[in-house]
Design a protein around this ligand. Sequence first.
Ligand SMILES: [Zn+2]
Length: 303
Amino acid sequence: MTKLLVATMAVALALTGCSTASRDDAAHGKPLVVTTFTVLADIAANVAGDRLAVESITKSGAEIHGYEPTPGDVRRAAGAALVVKNGLGLDAWFDRFTDDLHAPHVVASDGITPIPIASDAYAGKPNPHAWMSPLNVVVYADNLAAAFTRIDPAGAAVFRANAEAYKQRLRAVAHDLVDSLHALPANERALVTCEGAFSYLTRDAGLAERYIWPVNAEQQAVPRQVAATIDFVRTERVPAVFCESTVSDKAMRRVAAASGARFGGILYVDSLSRADGPVPTYLDLIRHDSRTIVAGLTGKAVQ
Ligand SMILES: [Zn+2]
């Protein structure tokens, strides 16, 4: 009877997937770490290893810039040992809750050098998408290891070792990214996207950057922004344009139709895919985007 019960529970656990499993971890005494979005949860889980349970407040595919936390989110954060935020204005929607709850928190991007947003209402504010440079995520990993050590001092050596191993993989992905994008011919070295989320990536890879709107917000793709993007694509003869997974690609498809550029595909920035999708982890996200950009701009499929 007991054996059967254990076997049934094992099957049930195997079927429920990772977010339920991590809730189960938390229920079994692992300190709970909540992050504001899925990309940050994956980075944090790499540093935490199996000592901490890590969960994201927003689900995969969610719009994260203007997210409104639910009462359930706030309850989850209240029960957390640590809240991990990106900072740089990305997840300011969570500040008043963490302030009210006095939940311990860490800003993962602390210490990186922000790139200011170039245009429109956000001009001069830091571009929040610092994780789109894997070398910035090296800084995130160090910040997370230090924060995890504060809530679980006995795990200090494990967090340090996990962070070092992850940083090696980040540096390898950063190197491959720059390598593959550097190989593009001069007339294909421009990245045109819906949101201005690629400033860190285009800086690392030496590409020109152009976007329809600077930050996902209510006022997206106003006619003036669409017209300016069409102008740029025509003038620079950019072969392909792209859009991100968490927003509608309608405006960019208009840009493609009006300019004669290819629609090069969907890029991931603000969210991972689900576990069975194309980018279940942050490292997959960078590899997927770099392959999609090269394939789109050159018109050739890339392995
Ligand atoms: Zn974004």
